[in-house]
Design a protein around this ligand. Structure first.
Ligand SMILES: C[S@@+](CC[C@H](N)C(=O)[O-])C[C@H]1O[C@@H](n2cnc3c(N)ncnc32)[C@H](O)[C@@H]1O
Length: 352
């Protein structure tokens, strides 16, 4: 991989197809890996059409492939993104008709090939999507418990906690078990994309032999993790059980039904990570305001020696829990601004 650099909302890099396949298969936190196929300046829809028609699309994919176009814009002068999307789609189809005599069909629900246009004020970029379905879809989720977080966000949270695979890890509000499933996959050295297919398999540059080689690489020595999950809601636990089973990691996770205020620590020290219910989505703000002070007390009483991380959009949490956070990391859950708070529980200290 070369020239990796941070961009707004992502990372840009250049590299071979091998790197692209590996990034798709192994990235636990990316949403998509996009291949830049064109950059242009524009002022109106006609410029956008011309820029999209200047790309040799038949070189990249066959006319039988079903396509979908996505346009995203920031400060673009164009009035309608829907119209801009149509313009790009028309340009691609018109070029195919000119060059090969027929045009690809559009399939918004299950496309083979996704084309993304990103528009800024006067510049745009066209990408072919090498991921296909977004990468947070790992291919294991069976049950949607209440308000699950995306798999790539869950993996990013686990990484931010600094959890070492040989430390005990507990999610005492585990819902459908997303954090536990991601932690288990990391410790076991499982590729997050091992159970799914990718967009790059549908484009003309696809090299099945190279892909086979990348898929079969074993790069990490698996560790036997000690993972614990609990939730007050039996239905959430059932969802967690099914999800962890489908992900093939249930043997490393001990699940039990328990209220977070009542459960004991499963070891003398470890990492706790949880995504408590948030008022806007589930549970009322008042209920949460009542839960947090009790949670602070329970942590002090039972989790001395633990580092406890809470991911939430409720910025009142540190105040209500009455503990001093040792770290607060801003994160976005879609468009919702959130924080990952860390509380290091040492007996007799960190009262805020
Ligand atoms: C936002 S959801 C967690 C979602 C989970 N991170 C996932 O991705 O599937 C919050 C969970 O906290 C649980 N919960 C709420 N109050 C609780 C309590 N007092 N003790 C234990 N679990 C609780 C809910 O049942 C719910 O499953």
């Amino acid at each position: 991989m070369k020239d990796a650099k941070e961009t707004p909302g992502g990372v840009a890099f250049s590299g071979t197809w091998e790197i692209c396949y590996r990034a798709n298969l192994w990235s636990r936190i990316a949403s998509r890996v996009l291949w830049k196929v064109g950059a242009f300046e524009y002022r109106n829809e006609n410029d956008l059409y011309a820029a999209a028609k200047a790309i040799d699309w038949p070189r990249y994919f066959a006319v039988q492939k079903k396509i979908r176009v996505n346009v995203t814009a920031q400060k673009s002068p164009l009035k309608s993104l829907e119209f801009a999307t149509l313009k790009v789609k028309d340009a691609v189809c018109d070029l195919f008709r000119d060059k090969v005599g027929s045009r690809p069909d559009v399939d918004r629900a299950a496309p083979d090939v996704r084309i993304h246009a990103f528009l800024e004020e006067a510049k745009g970029i066209l990408y072919l999507d090498t991921s296909g379905e977004a990468l947070f879809k790992r291919g294991w989720r069976m049950d949607i418990a209440e308000a699950p977080i995306r798999e790539n966000l869950a993996a990013g949270i686990i990484m931010l906690t600094g959890w070492k695979f040989d430390q005990p890890l507990l999610d005492p509000m585990c819902g459908g078990g997303t954090l536990l499933a991601e932690a288990a996959a990391m410790a076991r050295g499982r590729a997050p994309g091992a159970k799914r297919s990718f967009g790059f398999e549908k484009i003309s540059t696809f090299d099945p032999k190279l892909w086979e080689g990348v898929r079969n690489e074993r790069t990490v020595q698996p560790v036997e993790p000690r993972l614990y999950g609990s939730d007050a809601d039996p239905e959430a636990l059932q969802a967690a059980r099914r999800n962890l089973g489908a992900a093939g990691v249930e043997r490393w996770v001990k699940l039990e039904q328990a209220d977070v205020l009542e459960r004991a620590a499963p070891a003398a020290a470890g990492v706790m990570v949880a995504n408590p219910p948030y008022g806007e989505r589930i549970g009322s703000a008042d209920e949460l305001a009542a839960l947090y002070p009790k949670l602070g007390d329970a942590l002090k009483k039972k989790f001395a020696g633990w580092s406890c991380f809470f991911f939430t959009a409720d910025l009142r949490l540190p105040k209500l829990i009455r503990l001093q956070p040792s770290r607060r990391t801003p994160l976005w859950n879609g468009s919702l601004e959130c924080r990952l708070y860390e509380f290091r529980i040492v007996s007799g200290s960190n009262r805020g």
